[in-house]
Design a protein around this ligand. Structure first.
Ligand SMILES: Cc1cc2nc3c(=O)[nH]c(=O)nc-3n(C[C@H](O)[C@H](O)[C@H](O)COP(=O)(O)OP(=O)(O)OC[C@H]3O[C@@H](n4cnc5c(N)ncnc54)[C@H](O)[C@@H]3O)c2cc1C
Length: 471
């Protein structure tokens, strides 16, 4: 009998498998697709030589992940590449605000009326990423906080809705950039703790940057897989698990799946009926003849470019997508991998990554709306397009069963579900089946390539095994 079986080889499933294998357990992973990676993969989606990330591309949470930092992933080929600027946020007047490694440069880009406010807001947390991330991402209750005061201070700033954060700024340059950061969770901007999301991404830029892995996000998954194999773990691909009986007998099972799929496969009945899925995205991967012709200078050297020139426009787009309407004017998150990694495209050419938000299950074509927004800040963009690969909700679901209705966060990150995932419980990874655990981003700390849901779930499963051994 195996010690542990993991269903799904996304970053959380692979991390869970590694955590158990490094404790000496016999672990096997079963992945539905033909390759490992889930939301961290790289493929030639358009033309030969253009290496695209169909899902995640930029990794502020990956480089800052306590789980990844404890693993020798560099030895297995993972190398972080830092763009000159983590992020730029252009405006209609041809200027841009930036999120730089430097707090001063960031504050200065907000203009004189908000520079001091930003400096004062971020200052108490500088130099504290490691402790804060470990405390924050290990919650709830898998470990006691190492810096309870720091965590409480972050909570005081982060727990109120983002409108509280917005009121501290006087101009829309800072507000739009912060609103864009909050929008990374793909939910209406006004809910509880949304300010904390903005602060987390800003702090991440100053502390560790927003890097991209050399060769694309697949390098993260390949490094985790190679490390797992060295630890004696096995990975089976092309194996979609439909019932628990499909799997070899094991003492414990961890599911890197949606709660809905977990309930169906493990026979948990209506255990997750209350779990909600949120807005979806429409993703486009471009092969370009040259770099994006941004009007403003700053986006020309940024790894990520947010497109949404006012906090109002961004809030409206997120509210529409979270309801039933595709936004008239979408907010876009875009990334420029080949600016830092020439291996991603033939010489002189580029890959470009962009998505906008649409309602869950939406079946239309959002290409024109997205490209009109890009053209607004980069006139002539369309002339550089050699090829594009588009994916709306139906295609995203086909790529990965965890994107229910095209929700790439595997469950709405809004309301209590932002903090208490997948349900209100001190033991979010455990299920009513004593040998079955949830380890995907549907469980705390939620979406992003950081492996912490897998890390925490593996600890919970390992503790349960030790309890069983002790009788
Ligand atoms: C377009 C897009 C852009 C994104 N951008 C970023 C970004 O820039 N930075 C970032 O940090 N995050 C980003 N994300 C989010 C990130 O990819 C996810 O939060 C992360 O991958 C979640 O990891 P996971 O292991 O929980 O699940 P996934 O990565 O979704 O992996 C789940 C795996 O389980 C497999 N599986 C599911 N059901 C079964 C089954 N029944 N049997 C066998 N296998 C199964 C799936 O095939 C998949 O491989 C993005 C996601 C998308 C789609």
């Amino acid at each position: 009998m195996l010690d542990a079986v993991v269903v799904g080889a996304g970053p959380n499933g692979l991390t869970a498998a590694v955590e158990l294998a490094r404790r000496g357990l016999r672990v096997e992973v079963f992945e539905a697709k033909d390759t490992v990676g889930g939301g961290a993969r790289t493929e030639e989606l358009t033309l030969p030589g253009f290496r695209h990330d169909p899902c995640s591309a930029v990794h502020p949470l990956g480089i800052g992940s306590p789980a990844f930092r404890d693993m020798p992933l560099g030895r297995y080929g993972l190398e972080w590449l830092h763009p000159e600027l983590p992020m730029a946020h252009p405006f209609d007047d041809g200027t841009a605000a930036v999120l730089s490694r430097s707090v001063s440069e960031t504050a200065a880009s907000f203009g004189p009326r908000d520079a001091g406010t930003y400096r004062r807001l971020i200052a108490p947390f500088l130099g504290k990423w490691d402790v804060l991330a470990r405390d924050f991402m290990s919650l709830p209750l898998t470990a006691l906080p190492r810096d309870p005061l720091g965590l409480a201070r972050f909570g005081a700033v982060g727990l109120p809705p983002y409108t509280w954060l917005m009121r501290r700024f006087r101009d829309d340059r800072a507000r739009a950039l912060m609103a864009g950061l909050v929008a990374h969770v793909i939910a209406p901007l006004g809910g509880v703790a949304t300010g904390g999301v903005g602060m987390l991404f800003a702090l991440a830029a100053h502390e560790n940057g927003w890097p991209l892995p050399r060769g694309g996000s697949q390098s993260i998954s390949d490094a985790l897989t190679a490390y797992l194999r060295d630890l004696g773990g096995e990975v089976h691909t092309g194996f979609e698990v439909k019932r628990l009986d499909d799997l070899p007998p094991a003492r414990t099972y961890l599911f890197d799946t949606s709660p809905t799929a977990l309930a169906r496969i493990a026979g948990l009945g209506r255990a997750y009926d209350g779990y909600k899925y949120g807005a979806a995205v429409f993703k486009i991967d471009y092969a370009l003849d040259g770099p994006v012709p941004w009007t403003a200078k700053e986006p020309q050297r940024a790894g990520t470019v947010q497109i949404g020139p006012s906090s109002h426009e961004i809030a409206t787009a997120l509210a529409q997508a979270s309801g039933r309407t595709a936004p008239d004017t979408p907010f876009l998150i875009t990334a420029q991998p080949s600016l830092v990694d020439p291996s991603r495209a033939p010489e002189g050419k580029h890959v470009f990554w962009a998505y906008g938000h649409v309602p869950n299950g939406w079946e239309g074509d959002f290409t024109d709306a997205i490209e009109r927004q890009i053209e607004r800040f980069a006139p002539g963009f369309r002339d550089r397009v050699l090829a594009r690969a588009t994916a709306g909700p139906p295609e995203l679901v086909a790529r990965n069963a965890n994107y229910v209705g095209g929700d790439i966060a595997c469950g709405a990150a809004r309301g209590l579900q932002l903090l208490l995932r997948p349900k209100v419980s001190l033991f979010p990874y455990a299920t009513r089946h004593p040998s079955v655990f949830l380890c995907s981003s549907a469980a705390w700390p939620g979406p992003g390539v950081h492996g912490m849901s897998g890390h925490n779930a593996a600890k919970a499963a390992w503790r349960a095994l030790r309890r069983a051994d002790r009788g």
